[in-house]
Design a protein around this ligand. Structure first.
Ligand SMILES: Cc1ncc(C[n+]2csc(CCOP(=O)(O)OP(=O)(O)O)c2C)c(N)n1
Ligand SMILES: [Mg+2]
Length: 661
């Protein structure tokens, strides 16, 4: 342990870099890095197991800066501990185009950053997922997985509703490797926290099954003692560290004015005097930098010891662990999918796609053991639990199914954390309409390029009697609007299996599988060895001769389009049906392929039990859309399809009328 004087100088290095970088960028948040510098210094110099030379070391401790606005804290730390890419020039380029130091931490830009944060509350949700993945892998592989997850949270993180979902789940699962450091500064943007909050955070965490305590966040010894105690606990721990935002700034410390703007020249001059910091801007005195670099090298021995431990695993176990951490799929997947398709060709099934999904899961989870499923209290409806999946619980972290409780947002954020941790592929379930309850986390999964798979059932008015609160109409369009997210809406049991395969193979982003409650006929009766859904759209039922009409549909409406095709044929009109299980894959294809699939029929008609938004890119503004124009209603589903005019007859009529017949 370093002397108090040395600790202070090390912490002041963070403060100075944060002040200087924000000043130079003319934007940013100096308050948090200055206030939390003591907490971070204790954590990074005495506790955090992290090797800057190998930021992807699987058994490193994870550090999540949930309060992403304090990004300069992370950048300063990475520079100080000697992360090779985080040079002083990068610090000087804070918030500039192409720098490693963007406004908020971006895990896909900066080596050593575990997750993208900024939307408050997401980071603590991710940290819970990381802590779940850690315990799960430890149960499967033994003590080659044995690390902590630390999250630094601000008032804002803990005010966001998602934090309650995350905290409750972590407490319930007794994630004792999770340690939350709360930057308890009593300030948010509008001013004193007393303007908007009077929660006792210690009692709140305790009520959810955590240890929680309060201390002076500028007392390094108290912080160290509390972290050491937390490491020995059998529960997750929250340490409320009372700090002064903008610590050291002569007039702005303790005030909201230090939160999110440059301090200004005079204030910085005064802070330098107050902190006794005499070095020029962006300069860290050699002895302090050395102390930091030594601290950064602390985990080298632990890393070596871990390498040796890994070598003691059997060759098979080691290969399996390394495969999972790389995120590569086992070869068995493609073979298992093909075998299941042969079976479906021989024994077609008329079942709901949510049931087809459960059947697919029997196949794919047997081949991909790193899949960890779950549901937000709709297990029997989402069909995400296979017959053999054991529950992951505080008494058995080796299970592969999580009862997330009625916590869709916390679930989605935890899934992101699990994917970020690596070694597991999270999937889970809720109703499609509740995608909105997960949306901020789905958006971040898409931004980060994380493989998480959301099974979202009850995907339209086809769910029937539960009515318009439960019937998504705008949800597909709104999800399709998220870049990098793949939204799959399979039309039968074969497409469902193919879409599962595609979601698993999509290593660089999240997927949503929109699935029906109601039964659907199996339209794909012949065996296709290739994955036809991979094209995003394909002709599922060709025309007799040259098509006058192209009928496009997804999911449950593909069968309606096929019926409309028959009725058009009876009226002497030749039509083709194109199933569109995934817009994004279609739009990824080159222009020529896209044109071939879309075709050049005189009339384009799309059928989807949802709003039109997005479809014009396929059918053109001149195309005919048969779907929903507003919210649904409560009734048996067949009545609803008739009531809203989503039937084969209406589709055929629409096509005929457009043809002028
Ligand atoms: C979900 C979300 N809402 C709003 C914001 C904008 N915002 C950034 S920081 C902040 C609150 C600042 O207070 P606190 O979290 O206590 O941070 P401190 O000022 O103490 O550093 C807000 C509202 C955000 N980043 N995320
Ligand atoms: Mg605050």
């Amino acid at each position: 342990m370093v002397s108090r004087a040395e600790h202070d100088r090390m912490a002041n290095a963070i403060r100075a870099l944060a002040m200087d970088a924000v000043e130079q960028a003319k934007s940013g948040h100096p308050g948090l890095p200055m206030g939390a510098a003591d907490i971070a210094t204790v954590l990074f110099t005495q506790f955090l197991k992290f090797d800057p030379a190998d930021p992807k070391w699987p058994d490193r401790d994870r550090f999540v800066l949930s309060a992403g606005h304090g990004s300069m804290l992370l950048y300063a730390l990475l520079y100080l501990i000697g992360s090779p890419s985080m040079t002083i020039d990068e610090i000087k380029r804070f918030r500039q185009i192409g720098s490693l130091t963007p406004g908020h931490p971006e895990n896909f830009i900066t080596p050593g950053i575990e997750t993208t944060t900024g939307p408050l509350g997401q980071g603590i949700g991710n940290a819970v997922g990381m802590a779940i993945a850690e315990r799960h892998l430890a149960a499967q592989f033994g003590d080659i997985v044995n690390h902590h997850t630390y999250a630094l949270c601000s008032d804002g993180d803990l005010m966001e509703g998602i934090s309650q979902e995350a905290i409750a789940l972590a407490g319930h699962l007794k994630l004792n490797r999770l340690i939350v450091l709360f930057d308890d500064n009593g300030i948010s943007i509008d001013g004193a926290l007393s303007l908007s909050d009077s929660t006792d955070q210690v009692k709140r965490f305790e009520a959810s099954g955590w240890n929680a305590s309060r201390l002076d966040g500028h007392d390094p010894e108290a912080i160290a003692n509390a972290i050491a105690a937390a490491q020995k606990s059998d529960k997750p721990t929250m340490i409320a560290c009372r700090t002064t935002i903008g610590f050291g700034a002569p007039t702005k410390a303790g005030k909201a004015s230090s939160h999110g703007s440059p301090l200004g020249g005079d204030e910085i001059k005064g802070a330098r005097e107050k902190l006794g910091w005499t070095a020029a801007p962006f300069e860290v005195p050699a002895d302090i930098l050395k102390a930091w670099r030594d601290a950064g090298a602390r985990s080298k021995d632990a890393h070596k010891a871990w390498d040796q431990k890994l070598a003691t695993l059997s060759a098979d176990q080691r290969a399996e662990f390394e495969r999972r951490m790389r995120g590569d799929l086992p070869k068995a997947l493609a073979e298992a999918v093909l075998a299941a398709k042969k079976d479906l060709a021989a024994n077609p099934k008329e079942i709901a796609t949510r049931i087809a999904s459960q059947n697919s899961l029997d196949v794919v989870t047997a081949a991909v053991p790193e899949m960890v499923g779950g549901s937000a209290d709709l297990t029997g409806s989402n069909n995400t639990r296979t017959k053999v999946a054991k529950v992951l619980s505080a008494s058995d972290y080796g299970g592969t199914f999580i009862h997330y409780g009625i916590r869709e947002h916390g679930m989605a954020a935890a899934m992101n954390g699990m994917a970020l941790h690596g070694g597991v592929i999270p999937f889970s379930g809720t109703f499609l309409v509740f995608a909105d309850y997960c949306r901020p986390s789905i958006r971040l999964a898409a931004l980060m390029g994380e493989r998480v798979i959301h099974v979202m059932t009850h995907d339209s008015i086809g769910l029937g009697e539960d009515g318009p609160t439960h019937q998504p109409v705008e949800t597909l369009a709104s999800l399709r609007a998220i870049p990098n997210l793949r939204v799959f809406r399979p039309c039968d049991t074969v497409e469902t299996l193919e879409c599962w395969q595609l979601a698993l193979e999509y290593k660089d982003g999240p997927s949503v599988l929109a699935l029906t409650r109601q039964n659907l006929p199996q339209l794909r009766k012949a065996l296709d060895t290739e994955n036809r859904c991979a094209a995003g759209a394909y002709e599922i039922s060709p025309a007799d001769g040259k098509a006058q009409v192209s009928l496009f549909a997804t999911g449950s409406e593909v069968a309606i389009a096929v019926d409309a095709q028959k009725s058009l044929k009876e009226r002497g009109v030749s039509a083709r049906v194109v199933s569109v299980p995934c817009f994004e894959l279609l739009f990824d294809a080159d222009a020529a392929t896209r044109r071939t699939v879309i075709g050049d029929a005189k009339v384009n008609v799309a059928v989807e039990a949802a709003v039109r938004m997005g479809w014009d890119a396929i059918i053109g503004t001149d195309g005919v859309f048969v779907g929903m124009a507003g919210f649904g209603a409560s009734a048996p589903y067949k009545d609803l399809y008739r009531h809203f005019g989503i039937t084969a007859e209406k589709v055929a009529e629409a096509a005929l009328s457009k043809l002028g017949k």
